[in-house]
Design a protein around this ligand. Structure first.
Ligand code: PAF
Length: 290
């Protein structure tokens, strides 16, 4: 496994690979490091369908709308490299912020006209624009055939997929199902920042989503009632504060707030963001009436 720090180094090596193996397919797994089993699953999925896998490790300042979240974002490069090695990653691209952005923030962003009205888009202004800025850079630098993203960040996955299609990047986007701890908590690098008590209460997030999913399947069809049920379960943990709990169409991410839409719509997800003792965690679940 090779680790590259500069754009030139990784581009030269990608070009060399493409020259030697013109039919070889390249997969990219973009990460912000502090890798956990969820990332390992992305790497495994990437390896199944591609000849080489490139993992990027880069904590992208542009996508943090909260400065303290950026400063406190956990890092462990040597641990990450060990995990990548164990998973059989071929190349790691771990550049400095200066290498990627130079000495000043970039002046250009893509405006996302839809898909950010609800869920995290509503509460994290500029976040997804920052995500797209770095993803476009990585697509251009690495020139991958495929890219893998976790469905825990469902809105991110959908926005990247849409951007890739609309801007004709020849990259196939795969969304990989969420990997969970034994008590259901979705794997996230942020989980490492939870205290013992907060960690226990964080499990209420997935429990709430499952209760809402089951209630819907068993015939409850008022979205306001369902979201209240979900919030109450989460906030039964004294350290939990729900930022949003919403049911949305899983393709358009439009809010489903009437009983009529809820029963007619086939593709739905319930999604939530929760401050668990101040640490922001997100999760979602597909919901189906049958
Ligand atoms: O999901 C993440 O870790 C980040 O948003 C990503 C996709 C690596 C972009 O920085």
């Amino acid at each position: 496994m090779k680790v590259y720090r500069t754009i030139k180094e990784i581009q030269d090596n990608i070009k060399r690979y493409q020259k030697n193996f013109p039919e070889g397919s390249i997969a990219i797994v973009p990460t912000m490091g502090f890798l956990h089993r969820g990332h390992c699953e992305l790497i495994r999925e990437a390896k199944k369908s591609s000849d080489i896998v490139v993992v990027t490790i880069f904590v992208n300042k542009l996508q943090f709308n909260d400065a303290s979240d950026f400063t406190n974002y956990p890092t462990d490069e040597s641990g990450d490299l060990k995990k990548c090695e164990e998973e059989g990653v071929d190349m790691v691209f771990s550049p400095s912020a200066e290498e990627i952005y130079g000495n000043s923030d970039p002046l250009i962003r893509i405006t996302i006209l839809e898909l950010t009205r609800n869920l995290c888009g509503k509460y994290r202004p500029g976040h997804f624009e920052g995500v797209l800025a770095i993803i476009i850079k990585f697509f251009n630098i690495i020139n991958p055939d495929k890219a893998f993203f976790g469905k825990k960040d469902y809105q991110q996955y959908l926005i990247i997929k849409k951007m890739t299609e609309e801007f004709h990047f020849p990259v196939f986007i795969t969304g990989v199902p969420t990997i969970r701890e034994d008590d259901g908590l979705a794997m996230s690098s942020r989980n490492a920042r939870l205290s013992g008590k907060a960690r226990v209460q964080a499990a209420l997030i997935h429990r709430a989503l499952r209760i809402v999913e089951k209630s819907f399947r068993e015939g409850r069809s008022d979205p306001r009632e369902l979201t209240e049920i979900g919030k109450d379960v989460i906030e039964s943990g004294s350290l939990n504060k729900v930022e949003y709990f919403e049911i949305v169409d899983s393709v358009t991410l439009q809010l489903i707030d009437s009983e009529k839409d809820l029963v007619q719509e086939e593709n739905l997800i319930a999604a939530t963001a929760v401050f668990c003792d101040g640490i922001r965690l997100i999760d979602n679940i597909e919901i189906h009436s049958k």
